[in-house]
Ligand binder design. Structure first.
Ligand code: PEP
Length: 252
């Protein structure tokens, strides 16, 4: 039985007061829900404040990235140990924006993943294809290569209790969403690939969908048997939208 997980990726949005207000609203508006795990991922500089806002609630805290090595001399980076120290429970890794703008590749993502797991953080590993790859019929090939690129470096047992987020690049921040059938097809092939690597554990693995998920389309996506929650960008900046998605996940 997989408990759905809904994670808000706040990206580089908002000032401190906005983060505080949004976190408090999410706590209030999701307080009555059961049967769904939820978490918010503010920018690093807001983590500590948001940690206080969610402290006595069921809303978890996540980061959007972590360093590929332990605490030490690496200007501008943030170590997994520092995040764990703040009460962070999840970390998003390999987001397509970081792959695109920061040149992240599987080798570095695998190192970050190892760091996260070593500090008790749950990695949320993002994979997804470009529009060109989808139109060329190469979705499974691209997503499969992203996953195996990380797994080959981690070793299958090294995947631990990570979560996978399928995020088609063409659907991120564009308002375009994969149809429920498109999402289910990719999620099913991710689970099949993971079953080859981690065996029965693949049936407990949570695979989130991300890409313009919002209250209006959440139910159809979350109804799919292999869609175990969502990674939400734009819509997570509205507590109303985020809470409605969490409610849809709880019902699914
Ligand atoms: C994301 O960037 O992880 C994401 C899913 O964004 P959006 O919901 O805005 O498409």
């Amino acid at each position: 039985m997989r408990i759905p997980l809904v994670v808000g990726n706040w990206k580089m949005h908002g000032r401190l007061a906005d983060a505080k207000a949004l976190a408090s609203a999410v706590v209030g508006q999701t307080a009555a829900l059961s049967g769904v795990e939820r978490a918010v991922c503010p920018p690093f500089v807001h983590l500590s404040t948001v940690a206080d806002c969610v402290a006595d609630s069921d809303v978890g805290l996540g980061a959007q990235h972590c360093a590929d090595g332990p605490i030490g001399a690496h200007t501008g980076e943030v170590a997994a140990e520092m995040l764990a120290d703040l009460g962070v429970g999840y970390v998003i890794l390999g987001h397509s924006e970081r792959r695109q703008y920061d040149n992240e590749r599987e080798s570095g993502i695998a190192k970050r993943y190892e760091q996260a797991l070593s500090q008790g953080l749950r990695p949320i590993l993002c994979v997804g294809e470009s529009l060109e790859a989808r139109e060329a019929g190469q979705t499974d090939q691209v997503v499969g290569a992203q996953l195996t690129g990380v797994l080959d470096r981690l070793g299958d047992a090294g995947f631990g209790d990570g979560v996978i987020a399928y995020e088609p690049i063409w659907a991120i921040g564009t308002g375009l969403t994969a149809s429920a059938e498109q999402a289910q097809a990719v999620h099913a092939s991710i689970r099949a690939l993971m079953a080859e690597r981690v065996g029965d554990a693949a049936s407990d693995l949570r695979i989130l969908y991300g890409g313009s998920m919002k209250a209006a389309n959440a139910e159809a996506l979350l109804d799919q048997p292999d869609v175990d929650g969502g990674l939400i960008g734009g819509a997570s900046l509205s507590a109303d939208e985020f809470a409605a998605i969490c409610a849809a996940a709880a019902r699914g």
